[in-house]
Design a protein around this ligand. Structure first.
Ligand code: ARG
Length: 459
């Protein structure tokens, strides 16, 4: 492409270090689409003749057909997807192919292609996160009343419902989706026409190409347009945050599926066996979701560090922007689909969860609150009395509401039979009906709101 200036060809390793085709061939659809938009504009404003523009457009379709049928060859001599497409076009239509690169540069080309690719990636992620929300909502509805221990410090704290717990993740995913949506808004300006760095002297119509590619507007500064990759970082940061949420649920499933917990049994579809221990059912998929979060964060860090301190405008370092984005996108897609599948097909052991909530003395706060409310005892003292009741129940290996009244009264004479109304785990969750609380009535409301929001999106 630059044979005019160079007498010798590149060293073999130069060719290898320089080439991006092994990975940027993933941009082929976007590269063809942007070239088609560009040549249509060149034809419309008369920079190339209508005949030439039409020949180039037809040729680009043919190249795209070849790519779709046979893939893109790893031809290192052609360096990247942009040079590859132009070379393939020349094979099809001859010298007129050389007119396509008028009034553009690979710098605005790659910035445009990559924005288009990330935009589609965002749309894909949004759709799969939406499907994941549907799975959470459906299982939360199954278990709006199922009591389980809620934890702080991974110690039984207060009973909650499984539906409430699952809907917590629904909230996180909603925020993840809004982060991706924000990133999409900022991304959606078209760099094409910024050329190498300074714009071009040709009378191009940037609004036309921007509109043809579905962008809201052309970018406002050519230096910025070819040299920033904040749109890719926005994507990676949103992906990192989403993967953190997925990894927390993955961790809970791993823990819950262990025998001492026994809260969940993952379906065969999402478990693996052991080659040596026949009794094993391992939560490998959940473990990999947990692991992938680390790799996704690594991809984000890689691009942060690539971009740090780069002077304006384009530098070749920026070619390294694509592998981490592609990798993170693949890992995130797998993680979301796997988590959605695990949630949809898991069997929750509600009996075991209830037992753990009861034997974890998770209603101790309810006893203390009752002593304050009904017996008018200062909270600090109520806390102490409750502690003694918990110790007694623990010694006998029974739940709080299994302690006979006489024993409770021996601890404090002000306790009467009404206390049993608040000691059950069901009473404990039912009373927490503050907005956003774990009471089944609130959980059902939250589910209804979430369902309505999904229905509105689907219209
Ligand atoms: N393959 C390059 C990249 O991905 C395209 C831009 C090359 N521009 C240049 N001035 N060498 O960044």
């Amino acid at each position: 492409m630059w044979g005019g200036r160079f007498a010798e060809g590149p060293a073999a390793v130069m060719r290898e270090i320089n080439a991006s085709i092994p990975f940027d061939k993933r941009l082929w659809r976007e590269d063809v689409a942007a070239s088609k938009a560009h040549v249509a504009m060149l034809g419309a404003v008369g920079i190339v003749s209508a005949d030439n523009a039409a020949a180039i457009a037809t040729g680009l379709d043919a190249v795209a057909g070849d790519y779709a049928a046979h893939g893109v060859a790893d031809d290192l001599a052609l360096e990247d997807i942009h040079m590859q497409t132009e070379a393939r076009l020349a094979e099809k239509i001859g010298a007129v192919a050389g007119r396509l690169h008028t009034a553009r540069s690979r710098n605005d080309q790659v910035a445009t292609d990559f924005r288009l690719w990330v935009r589609r990636a965002i749309d894909d992620v949004d759709a799969s996160l939406g499907a994941f929300q549907d799975a959470l909502i459906a299982r939360a509805a199954d278990h709006a009343d199922s009591v389980m221990p809620g934890f702080t410090h991974l110690q039984s704290a207060q009973p909650v419902t499984l539906g409430h717990h699952l809907m917590a993740y629904h909230e996180m995913i909603a925020r993840d989706r809004s982060r991706f949506a924000d990133a999409r808004v900022r991304l959606n300006q078209c760099p094409l026409g910024s050329a190498a760095l300074a714009g071009t002297g040709f009378p191009i119509d940037r609004t036309m190409t921007a509109a043809a590619l579905g962008f809201d507007a052309p970018t406002g500064n050519s230096l910025d347009a070819v040299s920033d990759r904040d749109f890719a970082l926005d994507y990676l940061m949103a992906a990192t945050q989403a993967s953190l949420h997925l990894s927390r649920l993955a961790e809970e499933f791993i823990l819950w599926a262990s025998q001492p917990f026994g809260f969940v049994s993952l379906s065969d579809q999402w478990s693996t066996g052991s080659s040596i221990m026949p009794q094993k059912r391992n939560p490998d998929a959940a473990e990999l979701v947990r692991g992938h979060a680390g790799r996704i964060a690594g991809c984000m860090t890689a691009l942060v560090i690539t971009m740090k301190g780069l002077p304006l405008a384009y530098s070749k370092d920026m070619q390294d922007d694509k592998p981490p984005v592609f990798e993170a996108h693949d890992l995130l897609g797998l993680s979301i689909t796997a988590m959605a599948g695990m949630v949809a097909s898991a069997t929750f052991r509600t009996g075991r969860m209830r037992e753990a909530a009861e034997l974890g003395y998770a209603t101790a706060t309810d006893l203390a609150d009752w002593l304050v409310r009904v017996a008018d005892i200062p909270f600090r003292e109520a806390h102490h009395i409750t502690g003694r009741a918990v110790r007694l129940a623990e010694e006998r290996g029974i739940a709080l509401d299994q302690l006979p009244l006489a024993d409770l009264q021996a601890i404090d004479a002000r306790i009467d039979a009404r206390v049993y109304d608040v000691l059950s785990v069901d009473a404990s969750v039912a009373v927490r009906a503050s907005f956003g609380g774990t009471a089944p009535v609130r959980v059902r409301e939250a589910i209804a709101v979430a369902r309505a929001a999904r229905q509105k999106e689907m219209q």
